[in-house]
Design a protein around this ligand. Structure first.
Ligand code: HEC
Ligand code: HEC
Ligand code: HEC
Ligand code: HEC
Ligand code: HEC
Length: 196
């Protein structure tokens, strides 16, 4: 009788933990980035591979500031006033230019407001864009699953150690530890450098 009640209580506690993890994980899930969500279907592969345009030609702030930045409509139009002007997606682009409206791109990679991530320091340390963003040059649309996931939380709970998903705190810290050990870097591990 006592044993049964014990098991019941344990089961209830486990259930409570699972529900807590599920809710906390889902509530932190960023909006899913799907190709159909972008206002213009922008193909990275065509621009980077076929036409050899450098990442930093379009994301020009990466080496000198916190943000990588996105190209302005004017920068796109520098080529597309003429190039592929008859294509439907380029007509959409020309529409934004004619109305002097910025393109409302949907954001994919994002750290929370209370976290500091500077691109500049990471590029100075010699990391390539692909280390963190994957093979963008092959993508027709940039996609990524970032942030905490329920499956990872559960695997951690049972003692397995899956690689932390991109842009979680574990992902930052794991690389900082690795870089400090392997290359004598001074990547921060203290709370206040990343949170202030
Ligand atoms: C011709 C301009 C251009 C070039 C060249 C370019 N990009 Fe982009 N990039 C964009 C535009 C426009 C977007 C926003 C639309 C999208 O997400 O597809 C974007 C989005 C991104 C994003 C997602 C940003 C977010 O919302 O989190 C990443 C990461 C990125 N680019 C990395 C790269 C890398 C790495 C390269 C080089 C291999 C590169 N880009 C080359 C124009 C460019
Ligand atoms: C340095 C020149 C250059 C810049 C800058 C540039 N593009 Fe392009 N883009 C090209 C070329 C070249 C093609 C291939 C055209 C073709 O296949 O006919 C292309 C293709 C495209 C296509 C595919 C068109 C289709 O349906 O086949 C889209 C969409 C596009 N660009 C959007 C953009 C946007 C949005 C920007 C700004 C963020 C941009 N481009 C900036 C040169 C450029
Ligand atoms: C050390 C990992 C890392 C490297 C290296 C890196 N990024 Fe990022 N990138 C991130 C993170 C994390 C975010 C989200 C930052 C935020 O929310 O402020 C991000 C955001 C972005 C964004 C969208 C927001 C913005 O900052 O404008 C673009 C575009 C981007 N990166 C492009 C690039 C390009 C291009 C390179 C190479 C020149 C690069 N990144 C190198 C981790 C990285
Ligand atoms: C792929 C490896 C890698 C990842 C992932 C990474 N970093 Fe770093 N980080 C570094 C390296 C290397 C340095 C430079 C250390 C040096 O200069 O000695 C650095 C430096 C920093 C600095 C110090 C900047 C300065 O001005 O000194 C901050 C802050 C930082 N990272 C925050 C983050 C955050 C937040 C994330 C996750 C969103 C992150 N990093 C992800 C490798 C990484
Ligand atoms: C290298 C950068 C870095 C360092 C160092 C760091 N954090 Fe974080 N932290 C992050 C990032 C990035 C997130 C956002 C994670 C996400 O959205 O999943 C975060 C999220 C958090 C959160 C929100 C809860 C969560 O998991 O989303 C808390 C609380 C937190 N950090 C506390 C700390 C404390 C305490 C320390 C020192 C022991 C610390 N952090 C050190 C990068 C860092």
């Amino acid at each position: 009788m006592r044993a049964k009640a014990g098991v019941g209580a344990l089961g209830l506690a486990l259930l409570a933990i699972l529900v807590f993890l599920a809710v906390s994980s889902w509530s932190r899930q960023p909006a899913a980035a799907r190709p159909s969500v972008q206002p213009i279907t922008f193909p990275h592969n065509v621009h980077v591979q076929t036409y050899k345009i450098d990442c930093q030609y379009c994301h020009a702030d990466a080496r000198r500031s916190e943000y990588a930045g996105l190209p302005s409509v004017a920068r796109c139009m520098g080529c597309h006033k003429i190039t592929a002007a008859d294509k439907p997606e380029i007509k959409k682009l020309a529409g934004y230019a004619a109305r002097s409206e910025p393109i409302p791109w949907m954001r994919i990679y994002k750290v929370p407001e209370f976290t500091y991530f500077p691109h500049k320091a990471h590029l100075r340390a010699g990391l390539s864009c692909q280390t963190c963003h994957g093979p963008v040059e092959t993508m027709t649309t940039v996609g990524a699953r970032t942030g905490p996931r329920l499956a990872n939380d559960l695997l951690n709970l049972v003692g397995l150690r899956p690689a932390p998903p991109p842009v979680t705190m574990g992902w930052c810290i794991e690389c900082h530890r690795r870089e400090n050990a392997a290359r004598g870097m001074h990547a921060p591990l203290d709370c206040v450098t990343c949170h202030h």
